[in-house]
Design a protein around this ligand. Structure first.
Ligand code: SF4
Length: 715
């Protein structure tokens, strides 16, 4: 192939929430390479190792062995999957849903989707679930990564609105990075942090993390708090700010409410007490507080370390409290900035594709909001009660309340916590429909019906990154095999159901993804995430941040600049809530605090990065990392096979010494599942993780499990 024959198509990386612009080089049949889009404001041409190797996940020879390419069905789980026509598969899906609803009611259906879906896909599934089937039982694997951030913003700012932009990194004088190994999980954003530091040697970086990650190792100050003690740390910082008069009294009086309750609550969070509970040095605590409060603007970047917790909502709120107390929000370089893990977790939040949300940040408990959505969709009412969230949905399947699970673009038999319970649920539920581009054996094993979907290179639509920036994802190649777009599959099942039930006949007759987008953006009119001014044509010219109302030329880089918040009073709310320890406590039987996380070159359950051999060079195999002293006490040597056991399950893998953690702690990456660990029955890190959930956000505590580690007896 000559270089002249190549075409270049602008699109967006489908991995993390940084949302980098990618230029795919191809001949219309095969993608031969990718490069960073120099004009995309998320990355300005940079790509990380995952993004730079995207084309290698699309090679025809790779796709033939990794993709789902034809619809399939089987009469029972022990029978082989038979290839069927799309008409037959779609009719069977609709038939099974109609039958389940008729026999057990709409709440017996659960639809479990993904932050990998495009906004148009999310919208179609949300409408199908809530407007047609008549249940709020749609939830997403994004529940596992960002629902505590949503709940934290709503509790304090009154709305799920990320106040900041990536450009705030360039304006900040202090970066306060909490529970985020940005260098590994958001690599291109970390390059921006490095560039900001090179341009401004006075920029101070503080990292709060139990582990000395690559991000922490480069920080000016690392606070290695004990797992789960974040709220105590933030309350201690506020205590010091009050003592030293480092708060912004004018901002507090004019723009907030609830400060007096919080002030009373942090009275006992003295530096000595906080240092004891958090296991950190008092001098470091004082210095971090001084930098945060007096050397700003301070920008907080945070992610799963706060979110994946049974107290994640309060961790988020406690950090936002610090920004409100110092007036550091709505200004260049200042604010609380949650980073999203997945490429379109934000889009899912916007369309309301979760069990407790309505489209465009409308509130499920607000009758006027429900009426607006119902009127738009042409139905009498939307279901009023919150549906089952991720962990709850599978538990409801396990206990028989949910009779049909439709799993879209995700691999819950690998990624949900407490895998023993998840596999029991998948075995128990009478009907499992799996819709995906890639064949993930762990979940596929339970499928009664398989629907092949298009992946990144073949689909068209939009995604929203961590900074509220919406970018176009464009089809580079035609669909392989018989794969169809996710939104189209949802629409075709919906049309079949609508015909059976005699309602909403024209509600899903979209011609293409742009038609879905145009309907969706109209539903945002007048809301805080109004995108009525954002057309495909505009996005084709350049990605845009929301809100962007009809008639406006550009979106908003920064929110709350006028000091008004989306609460009834217009004031931001301080949340006063005490420190709550981790749910799964260490004890003599399970003495190690295990935390989990991402590696630099891998993505989720390896369905795509696992197709690229060179991405294993950085970390060739799964392992549990432990402090050398803990290994010595157990007679363990580097590479020994060990059994890792929790109150829920067991995993076998090699051990590696690491000085990144103090004694009593351990770390495992989230990526490896049964395909890499010895087949069915080996579930990776989630064999041992806890399914304890935050009572507000319903996000599980994937960041902490109490475990014991012992040498495997191979005799
Ligand atoms: Fe893709 Fe994230 Fe890497 Fe950017 S930083 S190239 S979005 S994986």
């Amino acid at each position: 192939m000559t270089a002249a024959a190549l075409i270049e198509t602008r699109t967006t990386c489908p991995y993390c929430g940084v949302g980098c612009g990618v230029i795919a080089q191809h001949d219309g049949v095969q993608i031969t390479g990718v490069r960073g889009d120099p004009d995309h404001p998320a990355n300005f041409g940079r790509l990380c190792s995952k993004g730079a190797n995207l084309h290698l996940t699309t090679l025809p020879e790779v796709a033939q062995t990794s993709r789902l390419l034809t619809p399939g069905m089987r009469v029972e789980r022990s029978a082989p999957m038979q290839t069927v026509s799309w008409d037959s598969a779609l009719d069977s899906v609709a038939e099974r849903i109609a039958q389940t609803v008729a026999e057990h009611g709409p709440d017996s259906v659960g639809i479990y989707v993904s932050g990998q879906l495009l906004t148009e896909d999310y919208y179609a599934f949300n409408k199908l679930t809530k407007a047609l089937i008549g249940t709020q039982n749609i939830d997403t694997n994004s529940r596992l990564c960002m629902s505590s951030a949503v709940a934290g913003y709503k509790a304090t700012l009154g709305t799920d609105s990320v106040p900041c932009s990536y450009e705030d990194i360039d304006h900040a004088r202090v970066l306060f990075i909490s529970g985020s190994n940005t260098a590994f999980a958001h690599p291109v954003l970390y390059r921006r942090i490095e560039a900001a530091r090179a341009a401004n040697p006075d920029l101070k970086i503080i990292v709060v993390d139990p582990r000395r990650t690559d991000t922490a190792a480069e920080a000016d100050l690392h606070l290695p708090i004990l797992p789960g003690t974040d709220v105590m740390l933030y309350q201690g910082m506020l205590h010091i700010m009050l003592w030293e008069s480092w708060i912004d009294r004018v901002f507090i009086d004019a723009r907030t409410e609830g400060f007096d309750q919080l002030k009373a609550q942090v009275r006992n969070a003295t530096p000595a007490e906080v240092a004891r509970v958090c296991g950190i040095d008092q001098a470091a605590l004082l210095e971090a507080t001084r930098l945060f409060a007096t050397q700003g603007p301070t920008l907080s970047l945070y992610c799963q370390g706060l979110n994946q917790s049974a107290d994640g909502t309060h961790k988020n709120a406690a950090l936002i409290n610090l920004h409100l107390a110092t007036g550091q929000i709505g200004k260049p370089g200042a604010g609380p900035f949650s980073l999203t893990g997945q490429p379109n977790a934000m889009g899912g939040r916007e369309v309301g594709g979760l069990a407790n949300l309505l489209p465009a940040h409308r509130d499920l408990s607000n009758p006027a909001h429900r009426a607006e959505v119902a009127a738009f969709w042409g139905i009498d009412e939307v279901p009023t009660t919150r549906g089952k969230t991720a962990v709850e949905m599978f538990e409801a399947a396990r206990t028989g309340q949910i009779k049909l699970l439709w799993i879209v673009c995700t691999n819950p038999a690998h990624s949900l916590p407490n895998q023993q319970a998840v596999h029991e649920a998948l075995s128990t539920v009478p009907c499992v429909i799996v819709q995906d581009a890639f064949a993930s054996p762990a979940t596929l094993r339970y499928a009664d019906i398989v629907l092949p979907a298009t992946p990144w290179a073949e689909k068209d639509g939009t995604v929203t990154n961590s900074e509220r920036r919406i970018s176009r994802q464009r089809a580079v190649l035609p669909p392989m095999g018989e794969a169809r777009h996710d939104w189209l599959i949802a629409a075709q099942v919906a049309q079949n159901l609508a015909a059976r039930w005699g309602r909403l006949q024209r509600g899903f007759a979209w011609a293409d993804s742009e038609a879905v987008w145009n309907e969706w953006r109209e539903l945002t009119r007048g809301t805080d995430c109004d995108i009525t001014g954002m057309s495909y044509a505009m996005l084709d010219a350049a990605p845009q941040q929301w809100p962007l109302r009809e008639g406006e030329a550009t979106g908003a880089a920064r929110l709350f600049t006028d000091g008004r918040f989306h609460t009834p009073s217009g004031r931001a709310r301080f949340v006063a809530q005490g420190y709550k320890p981790v749910a799964d406590r260490v004890d003599a039987q399970f003495p190690l605090a295990l935390t989990t996380g991402r590696l630099r070159d891998q993505w989720h359950g390896l369905s795509r990065t696992g197709l690229v051999p060179k991405l294993f060079a950085h970390a060739p195999e799964p392992r549990i990392e432990m402090n050398g002293a803990d290994m010595g006490r157990r007679g363990l040597r580097e590479g020994d096979l060990v059994a890792v056991e929790s109150r829920r399950g067991r995993q076998v893998l090699p051990v590696a010494a690491s000085d990144a953690m103090r004694s009593g702690q351990a770390f495992m990456a989230m990526h490896w599942g049964e395909e890499y660990l010895g087949g069915a029955g080996t579930h990776g890190v989630n064999s041992v993780t806890s399914d304890a959930i935050d009572p507000v956000s319903r996000q599980p505590e994937l960041k902490h499990a109490a475990v014991r580690v012992s040498k495997l007896d191979l005799s």
